[in-house]
Write a protein that binds this ligand. Structure first.
Ligand code: SF4
Length: 352
Protein backbone atom coordinates (compact mmCIF):
# COMPACT_ATOMS: atom_id res chain seq x y z
CA UNK A 1 0.00 0.00 0.00
CA UNK A 2 2.98 2.35 0.19
CA UNK A 3 2.74 3.15 -3.49
CA UNK A 4 -0.73 4.71 -3.34
CA UNK A 5 -1.06 8.40 -4.02
CA UNK A 6 -2.41 10.58 -1.24
CA UNK A 7 -5.04 13.12 -2.10
CA UNK A 8 -6.93 13.40 1.14
CA UNK A 9 -7.59 17.08 0.65
CA UNK A 10 -9.95 16.23 -2.19
CA UNK A 11 -11.59 12.95 -1.21
CA UNK A 12 -12.61 11.40 2.13
CA UNK A 13 -10.26 8.67 3.35
CA UNK A 14 -11.76 5.27 4.20
CA UNK A 15 -8.95 3.43 6.00
CA UNK A 16 -9.51 4.79 9.51
CA UNK A 17 -13.30 4.53 9.60
CA UNK A 18 -14.83 2.15 12.15
CA UNK A 19 -17.17 -0.40 10.60
CA UNK A 20 -20.43 1.45 11.34
CA UNK A 21 -19.07 4.77 10.12
CA UNK A 22 -17.80 3.16 6.95
CA UNK A 23 -21.27 1.71 6.36
CA UNK A 24 -22.83 5.17 6.73
CA UNK A 25 -20.20 6.72 4.47
CA UNK A 26 -20.75 4.22 1.70
CA UNK A 27 -24.55 4.44 1.70
CA UNK A 28 -26.63 3.72 -0.35
CA UNK A 29 -24.38 0.68 -0.80
CA UNK A 30 -25.78 -2.24 1.21
CA UNK A 31 -24.03 -3.25 4.47
CA UNK A 32 -22.44 -6.35 2.95
CA UNK A 33 -20.58 -4.15 0.46
CA UNK A 34 -19.26 -2.01 3.29
CA UNK A 35 -18.09 -5.19 5.01
CA UNK A 36 -16.25 -6.26 1.88
CA UNK A 37 -14.47 -2.89 1.65
CA UNK A 38 -13.66 -3.05 5.38
CA UNK A 39 -12.10 -6.47 4.91
CA UNK A 40 -10.07 -5.39 1.91
CA UNK A 41 -8.63 -2.46 3.84
CA UNK A 42 -7.72 -4.86 6.69
CA UNK A 43 -5.86 -6.96 4.12
CA UNK A 44 -3.97 -3.86 3.01
CA UNK A 45 -4.87 -3.76 -0.67
CA UNK A 46 -3.22 -0.96 -2.61
CA UNK A 47 -6.24 0.21 -4.56
CA UNK A 48 -9.96 -0.23 -5.11
CA UNK A 49 -9.05 -2.18 -8.25
CA UNK A 50 -7.78 -5.03 -6.06
CA UNK A 51 -11.22 -5.46 -4.47
CA UNK A 52 -12.07 -8.30 -6.77
CA UNK A 53 -15.43 -9.21 -5.24
CA UNK A 54 -16.74 -5.76 -6.20
CA UNK A 55 -17.98 -5.19 -9.73
CA UNK A 56 -15.60 -3.12 -11.83
CA UNK A 57 -18.04 -0.16 -12.23
CA UNK A 58 -18.43 -0.07 -8.43
CA UNK A 59 -14.66 -0.08 -7.92
CA UNK A 60 -14.38 2.81 -10.34
CA UNK A 61 -17.17 4.71 -8.65
CA UNK A 62 -15.52 4.27 -5.23
CA UNK A 63 -12.21 5.40 -6.66
CA UNK A 64 -13.82 8.58 -7.96
CA UNK A 65 -15.36 9.43 -4.61
CA UNK A 66 -12.89 8.20 -1.97
CA UNK A 67 -9.25 7.66 -1.11
CA UNK A 68 -8.27 4.41 0.56
CA UNK A 69 -5.28 5.80 2.44
CA UNK A 70 -3.78 9.10 3.47
CA UNK A 71 -0.09 8.41 4.08
CA UNK A 72 2.94 6.88 2.38
CA UNK A 73 6.21 5.36 3.55
CA UNK A 74 8.89 7.92 2.75
CA UNK A 75 11.89 6.08 4.19
CA UNK A 76 13.03 3.00 6.03
CA UNK A 77 16.04 2.22 8.22
CA UNK A 78 16.99 -1.06 9.83
CA UNK A 79 19.08 -1.85 12.89
CA UNK A 80 21.27 -4.98 12.93
CA UNK A 81 19.10 -6.20 15.84
CA UNK A 82 16.15 -6.46 13.42
CA UNK A 83 14.35 -3.27 14.45
CA UNK A 84 12.90 -1.40 11.50
CA UNK A 85 11.86 2.23 11.58
CA UNK A 86 9.58 3.70 8.93
CA UNK A 87 9.33 7.36 8.11
CA UNK A 88 5.77 8.08 7.07
CA UNK A 89 4.67 11.18 5.16
CA UNK A 90 1.17 12.48 5.77
CA UNK A 91 -1.08 14.23 3.25
CA UNK A 92 -0.03 17.71 4.40
CA UNK A 93 3.69 16.95 4.45
CA UNK A 94 3.89 16.29 8.21
CA UNK A 95 5.98 13.26 9.12
CA UNK A 96 5.74 10.58 11.77
CA UNK A 97 7.78 7.54 12.63
CA UNK A 98 6.63 4.01 13.38
CA UNK A 99 8.85 1.19 14.59
CA UNK A 100 8.72 -2.58 14.28
CA UNK A 101 10.50 -4.44 17.07
CA UNK A 102 11.33 -8.12 17.30
CA UNK A 103 11.98 -9.79 20.66
CA UNK A 104 14.13 -12.83 21.44
CA UNK A 105 11.16 -15.12 20.82
CA UNK A 106 10.64 -13.53 17.39
CA UNK A 107 7.42 -11.84 18.47
CA UNK A 108 6.85 -8.61 16.61
CA UNK A 109 5.63 -5.42 18.22
CA UNK A 110 4.45 -2.36 16.33
CA UNK A 111 5.23 0.92 18.08
CA UNK A 112 2.86 3.57 16.73
CA UNK A 113 2.60 7.35 17.00
CA UNK A 114 -0.55 9.31 17.81
CA UNK A 115 0.68 12.84 17.18
CA UNK A 116 3.13 14.49 14.80
CA UNK A 117 5.62 15.82 17.34
CA UNK A 118 4.57 16.08 20.97
CA UNK A 119 3.61 18.95 23.26
CA UNK A 120 4.66 17.30 26.54
CA UNK A 121 8.32 18.32 26.67
CA UNK A 122 9.71 15.39 28.68
CA UNK A 123 13.38 16.35 28.96
CA UNK A 124 14.70 12.87 28.15
CA UNK A 125 12.78 12.49 24.89
CA UNK A 126 13.83 13.78 21.50
CA UNK A 127 10.24 14.01 20.25
CA UNK A 128 9.47 16.25 23.21
CA UNK A 129 11.98 18.83 22.00
CA UNK A 130 10.05 19.29 18.74
CA UNK A 131 6.75 20.52 20.07
CA UNK A 132 3.43 19.51 18.60
CA UNK A 133 2.76 19.75 14.89
CA UNK A 134 -0.73 18.27 15.12
CA UNK A 135 -2.85 15.33 16.21
CA UNK A 136 -3.06 12.39 13.82
CA UNK A 137 -6.44 11.27 12.61
CA UNK A 138 -7.60 7.68 12.89
CA UNK A 139 -6.51 6.84 9.33
CA UNK A 140 -3.01 8.14 9.98
CA UNK A 141 -2.78 6.09 13.17
CA UNK A 142 -4.15 2.89 11.64
CA UNK A 143 -2.06 3.17 8.49
CA UNK A 144 1.17 3.04 10.50
CA UNK A 145 0.16 -0.50 11.46
CA UNK A 146 -0.68 -1.38 7.86
CA UNK A 147 2.63 0.07 6.64
CA UNK A 148 4.60 -1.91 9.23
CA UNK A 149 2.72 -5.05 8.33
CA UNK A 150 3.34 -4.50 4.61
CA UNK A 151 7.12 -4.90 5.03
CA UNK A 152 6.72 -8.46 6.36
CA UNK A 153 8.92 -11.06 4.72
CA UNK A 154 7.32 -14.33 3.73
CA UNK A 155 8.68 -16.48 6.57
CA UNK A 156 8.16 -13.89 9.30
CA UNK A 157 5.43 -14.01 11.96
CA UNK A 158 2.54 -11.55 12.08
CA UNK A 159 2.68 -8.55 14.39
CA UNK A 160 1.73 -9.82 17.84
CA UNK A 161 1.50 -6.61 19.88
CA UNK A 162 0.85 -2.92 19.41
CA UNK A 163 2.20 -0.26 21.72
CA UNK A 164 1.31 3.40 21.48
CA UNK A 165 4.72 4.60 22.63
CA UNK A 166 5.85 6.40 19.50
CA UNK A 167 5.56 10.11 18.90
CA UNK A 168 2.99 12.00 20.93
CA UNK A 169 0.83 11.64 24.01
CA UNK A 170 -1.95 9.16 23.13
CA UNK A 171 -4.36 10.41 25.78
CA UNK A 172 -4.38 13.88 24.21
CA UNK A 173 -5.81 12.41 21.03
CA UNK A 174 -8.40 10.01 22.40
CA UNK A 175 -11.29 10.54 19.95
CA UNK A 176 -9.13 9.60 16.94
CA UNK A 177 -7.33 6.90 18.89
CA UNK A 178 -10.63 5.28 19.86
CA UNK A 179 -11.62 5.16 16.19
CA UNK A 180 -8.30 3.58 15.22
CA UNK A 181 -8.68 1.05 18.06
CA UNK A 182 -12.17 0.21 16.84
CA UNK A 183 -10.74 -0.64 13.41
CA UNK A 184 -7.73 -2.54 14.77
CA UNK A 185 -9.79 -4.72 17.08
CA UNK A 186 -12.85 -5.35 14.91
CA UNK A 187 -13.12 -9.09 14.30
CA UNK A 188 -14.66 -8.44 10.88
CA UNK A 189 -11.28 -7.04 9.86
CA UNK A 190 -7.94 -7.00 11.65
CA UNK A 191 -9.31 -8.53 14.85
CA UNK A 192 -6.36 -7.71 17.11
CA UNK A 193 -6.99 -8.59 20.73
CA UNK A 194 -7.34 -5.58 23.04
CA UNK A 195 -5.05 -7.36 25.50
CA UNK A 196 -2.27 -7.06 22.96
CA UNK A 197 -2.54 -3.28 22.75
CA UNK A 198 -0.86 -0.94 25.24
CA UNK A 199 -1.30 2.82 25.59
CA UNK A 200 1.54 4.62 27.31
CA UNK A 201 0.80 7.99 28.87
CA UNK A 202 2.94 10.64 30.50
CA UNK A 203 0.13 11.02 33.04
CA UNK A 204 -2.96 12.75 31.66
CA UNK A 205 -5.51 12.31 34.44
CA UNK A 206 -8.55 13.25 32.36
CA UNK A 207 -7.51 10.72 29.73
CA UNK A 208 -7.09 7.93 32.29
CA UNK A 209 -10.56 8.69 33.64
CA UNK A 210 -11.92 8.64 30.09
CA UNK A 211 -10.31 5.24 29.46
CA UNK A 212 -11.81 3.90 32.66
CA UNK A 213 -15.26 5.21 31.81
CA UNK A 214 -15.31 4.05 28.19
CA UNK A 215 -13.92 0.64 29.04
CA UNK A 216 -11.41 0.68 26.20
CA UNK A 217 -10.03 -2.56 27.67
CA UNK A 218 -6.53 -2.05 26.36
CA UNK A 219 -3.48 -2.18 28.59
CA UNK A 220 -2.28 1.00 30.25
CA UNK A 221 1.28 2.07 30.99
CA UNK A 222 2.28 5.19 32.89
CA UNK A 223 5.64 6.76 32.22
CA UNK A 224 6.33 7.62 35.86
CA UNK A 225 10.13 8.02 35.82
CA UNK A 226 10.18 9.07 39.47
CA UNK A 227 7.68 9.28 42.30
CA UNK A 228 9.34 12.47 43.55
CA UNK A 229 6.89 15.22 42.56
CA UNK A 230 9.42 18.01 42.48
CA UNK A 231 11.95 16.11 40.41
CA UNK A 232 9.24 14.76 38.13
CA UNK A 233 7.93 18.26 37.46
CA UNK A 234 11.43 19.21 36.30
CA UNK A 235 11.75 16.12 34.10
CA UNK A 236 8.16 15.89 32.94
CA UNK A 237 6.29 19.22 32.98
CA UNK A 238 2.97 17.34 32.70
CA UNK A 239 3.30 16.86 36.47
CA UNK A 240 2.54 20.54 37.09
CA UNK A 241 -1.01 20.21 35.75
CA UNK A 242 -1.46 16.54 36.66
CA UNK A 243 -0.11 16.23 40.23
CA UNK A 244 1.11 12.81 41.35
CA UNK A 245 -1.43 12.32 44.18
CA UNK A 246 -4.32 12.98 41.77
CA UNK A 247 -2.68 10.80 39.14
CA UNK A 248 -2.39 7.94 41.59
CA UNK A 249 -6.04 8.32 42.56
CA UNK A 250 -7.02 8.18 38.87
CA UNK A 251 -4.98 4.98 38.42
CA UNK A 252 -6.53 3.51 41.54
CA UNK A 253 -10.05 4.26 40.26
CA UNK A 254 -9.08 2.92 36.84
CA UNK A 255 -8.05 -0.37 38.42
CA UNK A 256 -11.26 -0.54 40.43
CA UNK A 257 -13.27 -0.16 37.23
CA UNK A 258 -11.09 -2.11 34.80
CA UNK A 259 -9.39 -4.60 37.12
CA UNK A 260 -6.23 -4.46 35.08
CA UNK A 261 -2.60 -4.41 36.07
CA UNK A 262 -0.82 -1.20 35.10
CA UNK A 263 2.77 -0.90 33.95
CA UNK A 264 4.81 1.82 35.62
CA UNK A 265 7.64 2.79 33.30
CA UNK A 266 10.74 4.53 34.52
CA UNK A 267 13.29 5.95 32.13
CA UNK A 268 16.46 5.86 34.19
CA UNK A 269 18.79 8.82 33.72
CA UNK A 270 22.26 8.31 35.11
CA UNK A 271 22.85 10.35 38.26
CA UNK A 272 19.43 12.02 38.10
CA UNK A 273 16.69 9.58 39.10
CA UNK A 274 18.72 6.52 40.04
CA UNK A 275 19.25 7.46 43.68
CA UNK A 276 17.88 5.52 46.63
CA UNK A 277 15.27 8.24 47.23
CA UNK A 278 14.07 7.78 43.66
CA UNK A 279 13.45 4.06 44.05
CA UNK A 280 11.84 4.84 47.43
CA UNK A 281 9.49 7.40 45.90
CA UNK A 282 8.60 5.04 43.07
CA UNK A 283 7.86 2.30 45.59
CA UNK A 284 5.67 4.68 47.58
CA UNK A 285 3.75 5.65 44.44
CA UNK A 286 3.19 1.99 43.57
CA UNK A 287 1.84 1.11 47.01
CA UNK A 288 -1.81 0.06 46.81
CA UNK A 289 -1.73 -0.34 43.01
CA UNK A 290 -1.40 -3.57 41.06
CA UNK A 291 1.65 -2.80 38.95
CA UNK A 292 4.66 -4.16 37.19
CA UNK A 293 7.62 -1.79 36.90
CA UNK A 294 9.35 -1.56 33.54
CA UNK A 295 12.78 0.05 33.71
CA UNK A 296 14.17 1.71 30.61
CA UNK A 297 17.82 2.74 30.63
CA UNK A 298 17.87 6.11 28.88
CA UNK A 299 18.67 5.73 25.20
CA UNK A 300 21.28 8.29 24.22
CA UNK A 301 20.41 11.20 21.97
CA UNK A 302 23.18 13.66 21.25
CA UNK A 303 22.84 17.12 22.69
CA UNK A 304 20.09 16.36 25.21
CA UNK A 305 20.62 18.20 28.48
CA UNK A 306 18.84 18.55 31.79
CA UNK A 307 19.26 21.92 33.48
CA UNK A 308 22.54 22.49 31.69
CA UNK A 309 23.96 19.01 32.35
CA UNK A 310 24.27 16.51 29.51
CA UNK A 311 22.04 13.50 30.05
CA UNK A 312 23.78 10.18 30.37
CA UNK A 313 22.82 6.52 30.46
CA UNK A 314 22.66 4.88 33.86
CA UNK A 315 25.71 2.78 34.68
CA UNK A 316 25.36 -0.97 35.15
CA UNK A 317 25.85 -0.42 38.87
CA UNK A 318 23.10 2.19 39.07
CA UNK A 319 20.71 -0.10 37.19
CA UNK A 320 21.47 -3.13 39.34
CA UNK A 321 21.15 -1.23 42.61
CA UNK A 322 17.86 0.32 41.49
CA UNK A 323 16.38 -3.02 40.45
CA UNK A 324 17.54 -4.64 43.68
CA UNK A 325 15.90 -1.98 45.85
CA UNK A 326 12.57 -2.34 44.04
CA UNK A 327 12.66 -6.11 44.21
CA UNK A 328 13.53 -6.05 47.90
CA UNK A 329 10.31 -4.12 48.41
CA UNK A 330 8.36 -6.80 46.61
CA UNK A 331 7.81 -5.07 43.28
CA UNK A 332 7.81 -7.06 40.07
CA UNK A 333 10.43 -5.49 37.81
CA UNK A 334 11.17 -5.96 34.12
CA UNK A 335 13.86 -4.31 32.11
CA UNK A 336 13.16 -2.97 28.63
CA UNK A 337 15.46 -4.50 26.04
CA UNK A 338 17.37 -1.95 24.02
CA UNK A 339 16.29 -2.12 20.43
CA UNK A 340 16.90 0.05 17.41
CA UNK A 341 19.61 2.24 18.97
CA UNK A 342 21.64 2.63 15.77
CA UNK A 343 18.62 3.91 13.82
CA UNK A 344 17.31 6.18 16.58
CA UNK A 345 14.30 3.90 16.83
CA UNK A 346 14.53 3.21 20.54
CA UNK A 347 12.32 4.69 23.21
CA UNK A 348 12.79 8.47 23.45
CA UNK A 349 14.79 8.73 20.23
CA UNK A 350 12.07 9.25 17.64
CA UNK A 351 12.48 12.46 15.72
CA UNK A 352 16.27 12.43 16.04
S1 SF4 B 1 8.09 10.71 26.30
FE1 SF4 B 1 6.14 10.58 25.16
S2 SF4 B 1 4.89 12.20 26.13
FE2 SF4 B 1 7.01 12.64 26.71
S3 SF4 B 1 7.74 14.08 25.13
FE3 SF4 B 1 8.28 11.98 24.44
S4 SF4 B 1 6.60 11.38 23.11
FE4 SF4 B 1 5.87 13.10 24.33
Amino acid sequence: MQTVSIDKQIKPVLSGLPFDVLGETLKPLPPFRAEQVFQWIARGVSSFQEMTNLAIPLREDLEQRFSLYSSVISGRVEDPDGTIKLYIRLHDGARVEAVLLMDAEHRKTACLSTQAGCPMGCVFCKTGTQGLTRNLDSAEILEQFLHLRSIKQEHEPEIANIVFMGMGEPLLNLPELYKALAVLTDTRGLGISKRRITLSTSGIIAGIRDLAATGAEVRLALSLTTGDSKLRARLMPVTLSNPLPDLKKALYDYQLQQGRRITLEAVLLGGINTRQEDSDSLTAFAAGLDVVVNLIPWNPVQGMVFEGRPLREPSGREMRAYIQRLEQRGLKVTRRLRKGLSIAGACGQLGS
